[in-house]
Design a protein. Structure first.
Length: 255
């Protein structure tokens, strides 16, 4: 317990020192402005948001309850809690390493979904390893936070089939995957089927630029989904290689 408290305090302290000592990151450097705009829609009663909804809901709730300046300290707290979760999952050394891992410290200062997503991912793994039914809730929130886990319900369904729990297997595939396609994260699914050179800066991909010309957001998502499936069918082995390349890329170039 003392080690967990130490990891939490260290991780929180490092993150708070960072967010209060660096100049505010310009909103134009990434899609932070778009996330904030979606949260403002929710606060005004407009539910027609285009991004995955969990992070805009988090922003809107934080603005409403704690105020505009609360976001980065709250993200720092989530980041520190994530370090504790990793310590519970893999031991205190991984938790300590995550507490001092620079990219995730930096992301606490950025208004994007990475910090919340990482926390939900670790929460899902922790509950899943401990056989908690709440892992399903964490997975659902995870799927509505970022498009990264789009295809994971298939693997989860396979796991439950192996464990001879057909109800959860069917629920994983039939329920979670269609919901994921409906949450506005299909662009991320498409990006994962494109060459790595375009994944690094997907906004420069010719196909991306062409699809984004459509003023209809729903039509854009429809095309992204169709093109993603087409890419996988056209070159399934290439898609498998891309998946392996991304795993390597994740560890060698995490930011």
């Amino acid at each position: 317990m003392k080690r967990l408290i130490f990891i939490f305090v260290l991780a929180l302290l490092v993150r708070l020192i960072y967010i209060y000592s660096v100049p505010p990151r310009p909103m134009t450097l990434d899609d932070s402005a778009a996330w904030v705009a979606e949260s403002q829609k929710l606060l005004s009663g407009d539910l027609s948001i285009q991004k995955p909804p969990i992070y805009p809901i988090f922003l809107a709730f934080s603005y409403k309850v704690f105020g505009k300046e609360s976001i980065k300290p709250l993200q720092s707290t989530l980041g520190a809690l994530g370090c504790v979760l990793l310590a519970l999952i893999g031991g205190w050394l991984p938790g300590l390493a995550l507490a001092l891992y620079p990219p995730l410290i930096v992301y606490c200062e950025i208004l994007q979904s990475e910090t919340l997503y990482t926390f939900l991912l670790l929460l899902f793994v922790y509950w899943w390893m401990n056989g908690k039914w709440k892992s399903g809730l964490a997975l659902l929130l995870l799927n509505f936070c970022r498009g990264t886990m789009t295809l994971f319900p298939f693997f989860l369904g396979g796991y439950f089939i192996w464990r001879k729990n057909l109800i959860l297997a069917i629920g994983s595939i039939v329920l979670l995957l269609p919901l994921k396609f409906a949450d506005g994260g299909v662009c991320a699914f498409w990006t994962g089927t494109t060459p790595m050179k375009y994944q690094e800066m997907s906004g420069l991909s010719p196909m991306y630029l062409e699809i984004k010309k459509s003023p209809d957001k729903k039509e854009q998502e429809k095309i992204f989904k169709q093109e993603a499936i087409k890419n996988i069918k056209k070159n399934p082995l290439g898609y498998l290689k891309l998946t392996l390349d991304k795993a390597i890329y994740f560890w060698t170039q995490p930011v």
